[in-house]
Design a binder for this molecule. Structure first.
Ligand code: NOJ
Length: 535
């Protein structure tokens, strides 16, 4: 494959730097810590790291509130550490992308400080101001549990300012040509350092217009296409990944005509994997697959089970949301905004069969999958921590004190200390030694996926099965056909699949065992939650 299309066939790993590895014993994970763990990531088999924000920031939204676009927060290290990390990642043939927050800054950013202090400052126009809080009233509030309005009064400025997220994150004004240029400079700065691309945060909200919901507006796309032009004209092999929590038809627009984002998260698919698992019914996943539109030739979806935010239930119906909350967030403390603030393993009742099946579905569907740090070992969460912090606790490397994450006395957040999720029961070192562990299973799936490009780029054809409990599909390209069969239920299932193939035998990619095809029929006895990849 053309090297500029590298993102079409990768497994990504999302690193929350503060939680990953503390190299200098100050209680915070840092960039040098990530560098120390590159061999671990390589061993797991991933091909690309997504680094969450490490910019200087008051960290009121964990770095998504940037106070300086051109530097590194001292807790995380220095620009030199960043350069070292990029170089060491590249040495190991790992790509590395980082978050770029384009929609807003921190209120501590010097631009905002200058803007609020003086109406005539050149930076005033970098933000969105108003004398009333009644403008753009059709725009929804995203952080409904913490923010009463998208407008906040600023005493010093003598005006309201606009913000789609926390009040401490004023929105930038993309109607300002100076601001637009400045943001392209930011992009160039990190590309010049050698970063392979960006996960671009919160892109639907760049532009506001009266009478609209202020999402996905045409002028927003105009700017995003400018970002892509910078990548295409001035750099090689760099990627833009779109974070737009939107319905498929609106996300589709972010791929443009292969002239905007190369990648975008598939938000509607994610909750439907959980729905299908809970109900032992393939319908939700099939619905998502059937409603995922075709994307431009060079584009790719990014799929995921969890990330650092709440498990968002924005892309489901009201009825489905209530069902998901009842199923997966019985305790109201588990709910946040329109979502669920829990990790993968606790969501799936720490049942390794279900966790493996969820991963197997993720890894066998079209798109490049993302693993959220710690989910490869089934880390737990802590719903007593504020907001989304409960899914951002220190990585559990081993069973030692501080779980091998840090040598400090005081950590940025407590380690999960409740069984069955404490480091003595969930840690990397033990799972690496155990070939039946979640870690070993996930690694195995990644390896098979890496060996079979059809998973990344082949087409998907749903297979008819007589049982709602069994989800089956073919992944196919000119060279290869793989049949994927998933038993979504906790009961054994006997099924017959009609498969048209010249071959008489199919090989189980996990065990090497073969299955006989008789007159294009495949008879299968599936164990509870079993998944098969047959070639
Ligand atoms: C989306 C990010 O994933 C989330 O963590 C953040 O709070 C908002 N964007 C605002 O930047």
């Amino acid at each position: 494959m053309n090297s500029s299309l590298w993102y079409k066939n990768i497994v990504l790993y999302q690193v929350y730097v503060r939680a990953f590895c503390d190299s200098n014993a100050d209680g915070h994970g840092d960039l040098a810590g990530v560098t120390q763990k590159l061999d671990y990531l390589k061993e797991l088999g991933i091909n690309c790291i997504w680094l969450m924000p490490t910019y200087p920031s008051p960290l009121k939204d964990d770095g998504y509130d940037i106070a300086d676009f051109y530097s590194v927060h001292p807790d995380f290290g220095t620009l030199d550490d960043f350069k070292t990390l990029i170089a060491e990642a590249h040495k190991r043939d790992l790509k590395i992308i980082t978050d770029l927050v384009v929609n807003h800054t921190s209120d501590m950013h010097p631009w905002f400080q200058a803007a609020r202090a003086d109406r005539n400052s050149p930076y005033r126009d970098y933000y969105v101001w108003s004398d009333t809080d009644q403008k753009y009233s059709d725009a929804r509030i995203i952080f409904i549990d913490t923010e009463p309005s998208n407008w906040t009064w600023d005493e010093m400025a003598g005006q309201y300012y606009w913000h789609r997220f926390y009040a401490s994150q004023p929105d930038l004004n993309y109607d300002s040509p100076a601001l637009r240029n400045e943001m392209l400079q930011v992009q160039r700065f990190w590309l010049d350092l050698g970063i392979d691309g960006f996960r671009v945060d919160a892109v639907p909200y760049l532009i506001e217009r009266e009478g609209t919901n202020c999402e996905n507006l045409p002028e927003t796309h105009v700017f995003l296409k400018e970002m892509r032009r910078v990548i295409d004209e001035e750099y090689t092999d760099r990627v833009l990944l779109c974070e737009a929590n939107q319905w498929p038809k609106d996300v589709l627009a972010y791929f443009g005509n292969d002239d905007e984002f190369q990648m975008a998260f598939n938000f509607p698919l994610m909750p439907r994997i959980y729905m299908s698992l809970y109900d032992a019914d393939k319908t939700p996943i099939q619905w998502a697959l059937e409603n995922t539109p075709a994307i431009p030739k060079n584009a790719q979806w990014c799929t995921f089970l969890r990330n650092h935010d709440e498990l968002t239930l924005e892309m489901v119906t009201e009825e489905e949301r209530q069902h998901m909350w009842q199923a997966y967030a019985p305790d109201p403390k588990m709910r946040l905004n329109l979502g669920i603030r829990r990790r993968l393993a606790p969501l799936l009742e720490n049942d390794i069969r279900k966790i493996c099946l969820a991963n197997a579905i993720l890894f066998s569907l079209p798109g490049s999958p993302v693993i959220y740090y710690g989910d490869e070992i089934g880390m737990g969460d802590n719903i007593d921590l504020f907001d989304r912090n409960g899914v951002r606790t220190p990585m559990q490397w081993d069973a030692s004190q501080n779980s091998g994450f840090s040598k400090a006395d005081q950590l940025y957040a407590p380690i999960i200390n409740m069984d069955p999720y404490s480091p003595s029961m969930v840690n990397v070192a033990d799972q690496q030694k155990d070939e039946n562990s979640l870690w070993s299973s996930v690694r195995n799936m990644i390896q098979i996926r890496n060996q079979n490009v059809v998973f990344g780029t082949g087409e998907l054809i749903l297979l008819q099965t007589s049982k709602a409990e069994v989800l089956a599909y073919t992944r196919k390209d000119v060279n290869e056909t793989i049949f994927v069969i998933n038993n979504l239920s906790d009961l054994a299932q006997e099924i017959t699949l009609n498969i048209v193939s010249e071959k008489q035998k199919l090989k189980n990619l996990f065990t090497g065992n073969s299955f006989d095809l008789r007159e294009n029929q495949l008879l299968l006895s599936l164990a509870p939650y079993q998944y098969l990849w047959l070639s």
